[in-house]
Design a protein around this ligand. Structure first.
Ligand SMILES: Nc1ncnc2c1ncn2[C@@H]1O[C@H](COP(=O)(O)OP(=O)(O)OP(=O)(O)O)[C@@H](O)[C@H]1O
Length: 586
């Protein structure tokens, strides 16, 4: 067991523990219970000795029964209290972890598999709890029992105690190196479990891709490899346990044989009373049982320390609200709306995606961003949403840095209709109102459905707005999902509209209706559009051409067509493809 990890484990338990009073009481009860169990053999010793001289004492017998009952009751109460404490700790830890995880920056999710994060919140916390309740507490009571029993053994017969103490450490000489090996195996087992879960999540969340790529066989092999690795680690840990358990059991057995041999001789020769031998055997059991459990304790401890390290690293992760962005305090006068001022940005050190970008999207106007695939258009939206931090420059809204706003307040100003239209499992209503804090009237919802051309679809459903859409909205068509995203944007009533190919999935008729609605929605707001089909942004008040990380053109359609080579190329390519499409269709 690594000292540091154990310290971290205690630190986490301490941080999420319930009141000291409850904890103290539970510990006190546990200690009293272990203490009481130390007296049972002493009374039994007296009883046996009295039996030998045929003078049964009812009072002692009743005392023994009462003590037994008392110990059972104490043991039940203290176990329940420990479970209560364990559950209280885990619920707080899970709540805190979840609260933290949903506030981690997008960058964290870029580099961490969601299945593995799930495994940490569910499995690793469970491992910690069961170690605390089922291992640590019995370990402590076991220690009390062992120490107490050894002391009493010395008082009853020091030579017997000495024999036992010589045999007892032998087991640990063998177990210690195995424990170290077990630590490595347990760590691997835990991380492999997490990556097994990560792999399941990866495949199950994109099951359609698996099917249309006919990748079942590959996935079957990959899944099997993970399962096999788990099997191997399981076998490795089994091999270690297979040595540890019998070593402990036979050491205990050896100790018992020595005690019985020597004790029997003593009783026969009158050196010791029969009661004393009974008490000694009792105490040996009180030493042996917790000792046997200790083998398990160390295995669990290794596994728990691995889980603790992973949970600790999650707990230490910075929340996106706490991230400070270095901005150049540029004192520039801007028009109302969004201004990118000398913005530089890269996802990683290898490649700069935006290299000194400056442009304005003025309030009440429609600003379009065009550029080749991978030029950084979506990145600009991500930066406006503050999913990532800029490296240099500043992004201003109405003349004020967007980083000066509280993150929640800032995001509430924005509606983002993205290309892949994310939909949550739940009803259509749940999706329309997702994250909206103010009360929304039924008429507001219906109006948004009318504007987004969804009304007839929703009214055709037997359960209307309360129809379940399935995981990721699988029961909806691409166009329906897109219109739900637009209706959601309408209900949010934002100051800033970010539209990424918002009408790409709609058919011509629906598109023109929704486009009109969007044009209405854009009034008096700051709107930025990403369009691959330039026909949808030809009428934009301003078009920003992104090329190799810089703004290579900025203006209206006809100006750019004459002055910007890339823009002309993109328009001409689309004209040609449109013509080809017309020819094919005619
Ligand atoms: N999360 C990310 N981590 C690392 N690199 C990224 C990430 N997202 C995008 N990139 C890279 O940044 C560059 C710009 O990507 P972006 O998605 O902004 O392009 P785009 O112009 O929107 O492309 P498209 O038109 O194909 O959607 C690309 O080279 C891409 O590989």
């Amino acid at each position: 067991m690594k000292g540091l990890s154990f310290k971290q484990f205690i630190g986490i338990i301490n941080r999420y523990r319930p009141s000291r009073l409850l904890l103290g009481l539970a510990f006190l009860l546990t200690i009293i219970q272990s203490g009481v169990s130390l007296f049972v053999p002493l009374i039994a010793m007296n009883l046996v000795d009295l039996l030998v001289i045929e003078e049964i004492n009812v009072l002692i017998l009743l005392g023994l029964v009462a003590l037994f009952m008392f110990q059972i009751a104490l043991s039940a109460i203290s176990y329940y209290m420990m479970v209560l404490i364990g559950e209280k700790i885990i619920v707080r830890l899970r709540e805190d972890l979840w609260n933290k995880v949903i506030r981690f920056p997008v960058r964290f999710f870029d580099s961490n598999n969601s299945g593995e994060i799930m495994s940490r919140i569910t499995n690793d916390t469970f491992v910690m709890k069961s170690f605390f309740v089922d291992q640590l507490i019995p370990f402590i009571t076991g220690l009390i029992s062992i120490v107490g029993s050894v002391i009493i053994l010395f008082l009853i017969d020091w030579t017997m105690a000495l024999i036992f103490l010589i045999v007892f450490p032998l087991a640990f000489l063998i177990i210690n190196p195995l424990g170290k090996k077990m630590y490595a195996v347990s760590r691997n087992l835990q991380s492999e479990t997490a990556s097994f879960q990560g792999n399941l999540n990866r495949v199950l969340s994109e099951i359609r891709l698996v099917k249309f790529s006919v990748a079942e066989d590959e996935e079957s092999i990959r899944g099997s490899n993970h399962a096999r690795k788990l099997y191997n680690y399981g076998i490795q840990s089994g091999k270690i346990l297979a040595i540890v358990s019998p070593v402990i059991t036979s050491t205990n057995l050896m100790a018992l044989i020595c005690i019985f041999g020597y004790g029997g001789y003593q009783v026969a020769t009158g050196g010791m009373s029969a009661g004393a031998l009974v008490a000694i055997v009792f105490y040996i059991f009180q030493i042996v049982t917790p000792l046997t459990n200790m083998a398990q304790f160390f295995t669990h401890a290794q596994r728990t320390m691995g889980a603790t390290e992973r949970i600790k690293s999650l707990l230490e992760e910075e929340s996106e609200e706490d991230i400070v962005t270095n901005i150049d305090n540029l004192s520039i006068k801007t028009e109302p709306g969004i201004t990118f001022a000398n913005v530089r940005f890269s996802y990683s050190a290898e490649k700069e995606v935006l290299n000194n970008i400056s442009f304005s999207a003025i309030k009440g106007q429609k600003t379009a961003i065009v550029g080749e695939s991978g030029a950084g258009k979506t990145t600009i939206f991500s930066l406006i949403e503050r999913f990532y931090q800029i490296d240099n420059g500043d992004i201003l809204y109405n003349g004020k840095s967007i980083y000066s706003y509280n993150l929640k307040e800032w995001r509430e100003k924005i509606s983002y209709v993205s290309q892949d239209t994310p939909i949550m499992e739940g009803s259509i209503r749940d999706n329309l109102l997702y994250g909206i804090k103010r009360d929304i009237s039924e008429s507001e919802i219906i109006k948004s459905l009318q504007i987004s051309d969804l009304e007839s679809f929703v009214s055709s459903l037997p359960q209307g707005l309360d129809t379940e859409v399935g995981e990721k909205g699988v029961r909806l068509s691409g166009g329906q999902k897109q219109r739900i995203a637009i209706a959601r944007a309408i209900i949010r009533d934002p100051e800033i509209l970010l539209l990424d190919e918002a009408t790409a999935h709609l058919d011509g008729q629906s598109e023109s209706r929704v486009q009109d609605a969007l044009n209405n929605l854009m009034k008096n707001r700051t709107t930025i559009i990403i369009a691959h089909r330039l026909s949808t942004v030809k009428d934009a008040d301003c078009i920003v051409v992104l090329e190799n990380g810089i703004v290579s053109g900025y203006g209206k359609h006809y100006e750019l067509y004459q002055s910007n080579q890339l823009y002309k190329k993109l328009v001409d390519q689309q004209l040609i493809s449109n013509e080809l499409e017309l020819q094919v269709n005619s």
